[in-house]
Write a protein that binds this ligand. Structure first.
Ligand code: ADP
Length: 593
């Protein structure tokens, strides 16, 4: 148990004071009573000698009758008990007692020295008066020097007891006062010490709570002042270090959260130490929820868990690919490095994740595109080669067959040409967009649409389609005229191709809300819903056979899409199978660009 400072100080204070008091009292009372007894003794001796003078020469048993009243008188006069004793020890007279009733006094300790001519002294309890008395016996010598009697004087020594009692009382009183003073001093001193200590304790608690702004007052004793100064400098140091740590922490936090790459750190137990926003978004978790938890339960991605285990086990940096399966597959490139502390001890691993899904998709698109192009080109080339071989093998001799085959060859060559033209057109538009945009100019739309219709006259007439144009001559837009014409030609061609002979097709251009829209509408076969999302991909066809027989390349809508991108606009399709389709080209207004 820890005592308060006061209770540690007071007992020692009191002990010292009490010991001193007892020692002093003892010494003082000893010397006082010694002095008193000495004084009393010499006083008694003087009285005894005076009495001895009074009765000198009358020490005789025959004088008893005269001596006894004398002893009474002397005793009364001086307040002393006198006893006159013969050298035989027989009592001649006594102030208080009948001498005849008193025994022989030769053996009394105070009497014994008197026999040899000295003054005897004794302090003892007297049964006669029932008090402690001091007895002083003086020898009375005759003229020739022999002992003729002894005079004994006695008084009670209770006075000294009374005197001492008084002294004790006063000492006890003043002792109590001193003790009170000592207690007060103890309280004062302990307050002086404990108050700054208490202030320091509160200060230390403040420091512990992290409130390092206030300093401790350096009051009190020098030692306490030094302690306060030491604690203040500790607080300053702590404050500085904490500021540095906080700064570093927020810098790190800022760096991590502004990184596009996903970063996560795990300890050797595979618990998540840290995860940045990008990583959390990639993995579909909330950073605050997963921090501190084991990766197995926090992030249920088998590929990632395997990679983390690999990174932790390896000594050197590792690289790998993590595939996140879900509604949409994501491809991540992962780099893992073991984390080491200052002592070189491993404490976890750092994983950096790069989302390469887009790259992967582009790769796939490119790969598919090459495969598609090859496939598309291969079909006419194979046909051409087949018919050429047939001709070589003798069909040439049959002029009818030869003409038919050559027509087919020409058609296939045209098709080849059409595909290559479309591919070239696509790549030209793409290149134009990459180089910083195609030249656009504000101009009326109607002439462009008319030119497009003009360009399609051949197939329109062939199928006897009625094309209706609705466009105000005043309507202008920021466009690249040849490209927009190409887009409308592609849409119009499709509309004609997928409509029944004699049907209608409408081309409409107007300003709707904050953009200009060119709509090409047909009432043909329409398109099933499931094809709509992929309709604008290169070589995508709803019905491959039908498209080919119609002379389609599968690139028409892809070109439209790219042309619209080059204009900063978009193409949207609405279609109902059996009822027809509407393709809308949305062009932004100049002020919206
Ligand atoms: P294609 O050269 O084969 O016409 P497109 O890219 O122009 O290639 O069109 C892709 C596919 O979209 C076509 O194969 C066709 O199935 C469908 N399609 C395009 N326009 C229409 C339309 N107006 N009506 C019905 N289907 C259409």
């Amino acid at each position: 148990m820890r005592l308060r400072l006061l209770w540690q100080l007071l007992p020692s204070f009191f002990l010292v004071i009490l010991l001193t008091l007892f020692l002093l009292t003892w010494l003082f009372s000893r010397s006082l009573s010694d002095f008193y007894l000495e004084e009393t003794a010499s006083d008694l001796e003087a009285r005894a000698r005076l009495a001895a003078v009074q009765i000198a020469g009358r020490f005789d048993p025959l004088e008893i009758a005269a001596l006894d009243p004398l002893s009474v008188r002397l005793g009364e006069e001086s307040g002393t008990r006198f006893t006159f004793i013969l050298p035989s020890g027989e009592v001649l007279a006594d102030t208080l007692e009948d001498p005849l009733r008193m025994e022989n006094h030769a053996g009394r300790p105070e009497i014994l020295p008197a026999f040899s001519g000295e003054v005897g002294r004794a302090t003892r309890y007297s049964h006669t008066v029932e008090k402690t008395m001091m007895f002083v016996a003086v020898p009375v010598l005759g003229d020739d020097g022999e002992l003729v009697g002894i005079v004994r004087a006695a008084i009670p020594v209770t006075a000294i007891d009374r005197a001492l009692h008084l002294v004790y009382e006063r000492i006890a009183l003043s002792g109590a006062f001193v003790l009170l003073l000592a207690a007060a001093a103890g309280v004062f001193i302990s307050r002086r010490i404990s108050r700054p200590l208490e202030a320091m304790r509160l200060g230390a608690e403040r420091f512990a709570r992290g409130d390092l702004s206030e300093r401790l007052a350096a009051g009190g004793a020098e030692e306490i002042g030094a302690l306060a100064a030491a604690m203040n400098s500790m607080a300053r140091e702590l404050d500085e270090r904490m500021r540095t740590v906080v700064l570093q922490h927020s810098e790190l936090e800022a760096v991590l959260s502004s990184m596009v790459e996903g970063v996560l750190a795990v300890d050797t137990e595979e618990r998540l130490l840290r995860i940045n926003r990008a990583a959390a978004a990639l993995l579909g978790v909330v950073p605050e929820e997963v921090q501190g938890r084991r990766i197995q339960e926090a992030i249920r991605k088998a590929d990632l868990q395997r990679f983390v285990a690999r990174a932790l086990a390896a000594r050197d940096p590792v690289e790998g690919e993590v595939v996140l399966h879900g509604p949409e597959e994501r491809y991540l490139q992962a780099h893992g490095t073991v984390l080491r502390g200052e002592d070189g001890e491993e404490f976890g691993a750092l994983i950096v994740l790069n989302d390469i899904t887009r790259l992967r998709r582009l790769e796939n698109v490119r790969r598919d595109f090459v495969a598609n192009v090859s496939h598309e080109l291969k079909t006419p080339v194979t046909a051409i080669k087949g018919f050429v071989e047939t001709l070589q093998e003798g069909a040439l001799d049959n002029p009818d067959d030869a003409r038919r085959f050559l027509e087919i060859i020409t058609r296939q060559a045209d098709r080849l040409n059409a595909i290559i033209d479309d591919l070239l057109a696509l790549s030209r538009i793409e290149q134009g967009v990459e180089k910083g945009g195609l030249p656009l100019a504000q101009m009326p739309l109607r002439p462009v649409l008319e030119a497009a219709i003009q360009g399609c006259t051949l197939i329109v007439d062939e199928k006897q389609i009625q094309v209706n144009l609705f466009c105000s001559p005043e309507l202008t837009a920021r466009i690249n005229a040849p490209l927009l014409e190409q887009a409308v030609v592609n849409l119009l061609t499709n509309a004609v191709k997928y409509s029944n002979p004699g049907a209608k097709v409408a081309i409409e251009a107007a300003r709707w809300h904050d953009r200009i829209t060119v709509r090409v509408q047909d009432w043909g076969c329409g398109i099933e819903k499931e094809h709509l999302p992929r309709l604008f991909e290169r070589f995508y066809r709803v019905d491959k056979a039908r498209s080919r027989t119609q002379g389609g390349t599968g690139l028409g809508l892809a070109i439209v899409k790219h042309i619209m991108q080059a204009h900063g606009g978009e193409v949207v399709v609405h279609s109902t199978p059996g009822h027809g389709s509407t393709f809308s080209l949305h062009l932004p207004l100049p002020e919206n660009r």
